[in-house]
Design a protein around this ligand. Sequence first.
Ligand code: 5GP
Ligand code: MN
Length: 329
Amino acid sequence: MSFSADIHCQAAELLLASKKVLIFTHQRPDGDALGSSFGLKYFLEHNGIKAEVFIPGSIPHRHTKLFSGFFSRISAEELSTFDTFAAVDCANPARLGVPDFLTIDALRQSRFINIDHHGGNSMESGFFNLVSPDSSSCCELLVDILTCAGKEIPEKCAQFFMTGMMTDTGCFRFSNTKAHTLRTAALLLEAGAQLEPIVNAVFFSKPVTQMRFENELMQNHLKFASEGKIAYAVIPDELTEKHNFNIKEDEGLIDLLREIDGVIIAVLLYHGPGGIKISMRSKDSRFPVGPVARAFNGGGHELAAGATFEGTAEEAEKALIAKLSDLFA
Ligand code: 5GP
Ligand code: MN
């Protein structure tokens, strides 16, 4: 087939030339991962192409009102009925939610379309990669791709893509919000996206148990370093257990620290699978947390990044806060 010069159009052409697409995203999917997956699924279906989303396990409670209907298991036999695989919003193979029997090498050798907005994406499909770190969200990137095909964005897709754009930009407050981001959001509104259901489901639906957990965390576990420029908390397991709070459910917890006046870097540390999970945000591009995450074998974006530390929480706290304090030394 002849290829368009624009890589967005190439992605659209490949997707629309598929027969049956299985969409993967990162584990513990957030609003952008889900918006990208479901938006792409319904766009393809709208255009007569079979598509399914694969997510191992469940999705966070706050997203269940907006997103439903996905494969959480699949047999090797059924997998073989898909001619195309797509990964959206996933930076690296270790985070990709795929069936246990599917290896990254097998995926790379298949008709595998990798679409992401994380700089340093290491999915490395042998078939097609489109990594756009300038995009606020993978949803924004997908709108660029799909509009390139000259097709309309159906209302249902517009709603999914708007959800991902809103969650990854913090409702268009973060510095990844560019003029193009707002133009894309306007396009989605014109296509029928509605803000109210997204805001109510994702941002105004905090369980009261979570509110109590957060209050106790802020009251008893909030710490500061570098004269208040760094705010951090090591979350004790007992606290999450006491309030029956599932930390994996929450994307907004770190904002409690980020919102504090004078704080430039917010950090959360907690016990996760494989070690101590480090989650970081910076409010100032002169003090990026991306390089710090990479120094701890993690990754992410310059102002929102994370890593997993092998060791105790005390060791993680000491090493990380020392490294972050160096930024202000
Ligand atoms: P969060 O703090 O919300 O878990 O993650 C923020 C960003 O950092 C996301 O883009 C995520 O991909 C990245 N990130 C979080 N944890 C890790 C990790 O352990 N390793 C890598 N490579 N990236 C991470
Ligand atoms: Mn994203």
